[in-house]
Design a protein around this ligand. Sequence first.
Ligand code: PXL
Length: 276
Amino acid sequence: MKRVLTIQDISCLGKCSLTIALPVLSAMGVETVILPTAVLSTHTMFKNFTVKDLSDQITPIVNHWKSEKVDFDAIYTGYLGTIEEIELMKGIFKDFKKDGSFVFVDPVMADNGKLYAAFNEEYVKKNSELCAGADVIVPNITEAAFMTGTEYREEYGEDYIKLLLSRLNDLGAKVSVLTGVSLEKGKTGVYGYDSTAKEYFTYQNDRVDASYHGTGDLFSSTAVGALLRGKSLYEAFKIAADYTALTIGETLKNPKKPWYGVDFETTIPSLVKAIQ
Ligand code: PXL
């Protein structure tokens, strides 16, 4: 069984980051080691959430693992929260990267043309440095535009997507995958560039008109799981895009209309089938 280390916050209520990554990766048959960067009472879309930063725990935890000679087949980072934590990640990549393993970075910090409230230009710069040391990065268009100093566009064609991908490639990541790319009305998906094979790949599925918190984490966790289960880049991102779309669709059918997260618990069986 493959073993992944995932480093993100725990939002106790809200279904995102570790409370998605852990169940999804485990269901996909991947041993999942977690490193919580902070504990929040809820994710940041709730009002009055509490936060306890755990940065000071990272080095002692990692040192213990080093003394136990633990290794990982992949390291997957999501929402980090502080510049200091991004710096610590660089050290973890160096310490735990081994032959055949990969580093997957989801530079969570922005959407719809705007940085999330907690972040600034300095955070963007640090996140682009983190992406430079990764094997696979999965920014959305907003994050890619910020990290590459490119104008953000709501409407675009394939040329704009390829410009962003070439600038992401210049940052240094081996595989860059843009998420939330819509090249046709009613469709959305991913557009990636693999700098080793020098190949583009894209997958589009039907756009479900709803936006839920945590869907980026669901998508990334699924892609990491599928890659670890031996799927090709294209297959892994197809499985992730289809599973995310299916889950949003199922959530929309819930008469209780949950607003804070998706009902991924109901769709896990289809994910388990998709990964066989
Ligand atoms: O889903 C990304 C995410 C993770 N963790 C926390 C967040 C967010 C997005 O806003 O607030 C705490």
